[in-house]
Structure formats: C-alpha cells, structure tokens
Ligand binder design. Sequence first.
Ligand code: SAM
Length: 246
Amino acid sequence: AGTLYVVATPIGNLGDLSARAREVLSGVQLIAAEDTRHTRQMLQAFGIDTALTSLHEHNEMHKSETLITRLLAGEAIALVSDAGTPLISDPGFDLVAAARARGVSIAVVPGPCAAIAALSIAGLPTDRFAFEGFLPAKNAARVSRLRALASEQRTMIFYEAPHRLPEVLRDMAAELGSERSASVSRELTKRFETTYTGTLAQLSEIAEQNADMSRGEIVIVVSGNPDEASTAQSLNADQLLRALLD
Ligand code: SAM
C-alpha cells in the first residue's frame, strides 16, 4: 500500500518550506490541497508540478474515501492546507482518521504552525499549554467559552480574525482578568511581523487605539490562571486574618 504524507507548508514565508517537504511534494503521485489554486502557486515557486486535487471542509468526508482507495492501491499522496500544519484549524481530520482506520501508512513532514510559532516567542510559560483554535464568532458563545476557560492553568493559544481583535481582547480582559499577561502576534514570518505583549487590559487598549494591531493574521497567547491551590491558600489566609481581627 502507499503512504499518506501530512506535509506542513509556510505560514507566509516561502523560505520556510523544508527541503524534505519539497522532496515529498515533488515525489508523490497526488497532492490533496485545501485550495488547489493557492497550493499550485506555491508549488510553481519551487518548480513542482505534481497533480492536485481539492480536499476542503465541504467535500472532505466523501473525498477521503476516494483518496483511501488510491492509497490502498499503492499511491503516495500528500496532504497540505493553505498554510502551516494540516488539521490544525484546517481540513484533514477525516482523511487521517480514515487512513488510520484502514491501516494506511502515514508519515509526517512537520514544519510551520502559527500556534507554536507564536507560543515560542510570547515569553509566556510553555511547559504546559492548551490550543483553543478559533473562539466562537458570536458574542454570547464567545463570552461563555472564555468564562469556561477562566480557571485554565495552562497557557492558552487562540487563532483570531483580525477584525474581531479589539472586541475579543476586551472580552478576554473581562472574563479572564485584566491583569493576565498575554501576547498578540500578527503576520508571523512576513514583512510586517509584530508581537505585542502586556496585560490583557494593556493589549485591549492598544487594539482600540492602533488599527495596525488588527491587520493581517493573528495569534493570541494568554497565560494560564495562577495555580488554583495557591489561590485557595491565599483565600484561607485572608479568612484567617479576618477571623483574627474579629
Ligand atoms: N494550519 C494553520 C497553522 O498550522 O497554523 C492554521 C490555519 S487557520 C485556518 C488560520 C489562522 O492561523 C489565522 O486566522 C491566524 O489566526 C493563524 N495564522 C496563520 N498564519 C499566520 C501568520 N503568518 N501570523 C499569525 N497568525 C497566523
């Protein structure tokens, strides 16, 4: 049987396509891409003319079956998305799950991922973190998701649409605490790459005043809630003090 290669591609800087990714993308029989025109353009820059087929959220279930059949017949197929690592807030889950279920061999060609890139330069704890992807777009749903995350102790990583940044930072400050440390990274690996750091209150204020912050592609990283145990301890100390004063 063939092999399914899950291949990461650049998140904005063509120089980040690895040598191994190039080798695999030119060697396979077929590349399943989120947007074939977008991927065709990238491949042209490297002189790769492998056949492309589309695999996006609307056809993934159905398309996966066709691809599995070809893999089982011995073909090598690569999966890419428009940017970064497939399956990370991108299509590919149905295909990889189906390939696993059918015993198809799967190999990874790792590379860029905006979440990890942002985390690695945020200056916030990296020993434990939670990838939260995109928050719900609707106001009420977003607030309730943030409320549910208020006690999360791990550093949290969010993808966000640029036009929503000011209101999202405002909601984060309200629900997670205005003094939480966070970072906003935009346009990573590109010409206007910028990372803003500060408390959620400070970042929220910058977003209100500086429209540049909300331009381009954005990752928000927020530090976790300080250890619940220590919070409980300080509460007890507080209660004890009050009791003694009484
Ligand atoms: N699979 C991709 C990855 O591995 O990062 C993510 C795909 S998701 C549909 C697109 C989101 O990723 C954007 O809305 C943004 O939040 C983030 N993103 C992608 N490229 C970025 C970049 N160059 N700088 C900052 N954020 C980026």
